[in-house]
Ligand binder design. Structure first.
Ligand code: COA
Length: 159
């Protein structure tokens, strides 16, 4: 069975941890849409266009994926993309409660789409976009956590 998946997030900015999850998902599914949410409630530092652009560059070597921005309900966008599966990354137990609630809500909104969880490699367990932004803003090194193009974009943004 050929299954299409969608991997949603804010990706503000995309990190090596996100990339790790995308690579794992791309091995499991025929196609993965990396769905960059506008997510105005998080007041992202990078514009939606910039977040899509960065993700496109960082994930360019993975063939069976497409990066798309979206505004609105994930459940609706997943249907538009023809996805049967929503992929989310689980880094620690602390992620679980929020993810469990979101998976339940998405199931109520679109019962035909399943949420599955993938865990990143151990070295990415502690990475989050907001910590990366904070370290960059305080002049710390982030090159172990994000790709060079994201490092450059953070430097430009923060100075
Ligand atoms: N590696 C590194 N970091 C990771 C990660 C991984 N594998 N997986 C998650 N994270 C981090 C993110 O960087 C982010 O960090 P931050 O909060 O410090 O910025 C955090 O974990 C979780 O963010 P993310 O994965 O981007 O998801 P999100 O919680 O911001 O986004 C959406 C959730 C976009 C999927 C959700 O808000 C959504 O679906 N929005 C659309 C509207 C909608 O349908 N709402 C109803 C939902 S039921």
């Amino acid at each position: 069975m050929k299954i299409k998946a969608i991997y949603p997030g804010t990706f503000d900015p995309v990190t090596n941890g996100h990339r790790d999850i995308v690579k794992r998902a791309a091995k499991l599914f025929e196609h993965v849409t990396v769905a960059v949410a506008a997510n105005p409630s998080k007041i992202p530092v990078f514009t939606l266009e910039k977040r899509v652009e960065l993700a496109n560059v960082v994930l360019t070597d993975i063939n069976n994926i497409t990066v798309r921005g979206f505004d609105g309900l994930l459940a609706e966008f997943a249907k538009q993309c023809g996805a049967q599966v929503i992929v989310r990354g689980l880094r620690a137990m602390s992620d679980f409660e929020y993810e469990f609630q979101m998976a339940g809500m998405n199931r109520l909104l679109t019962p035909d789409i399943e949420t599955i969880f993938l865990t990143p490699a151990t070295e990415y367990t502690y990475i989050s976009s907001s910590l990366v932004r904070e370290i960059a803003a305080l002049g710390g090194p982030v090159d172990d956590f994000v790709s060079p193009i994201v490092c450059a974009a953070l430097e430009k943004k923060m100075c």
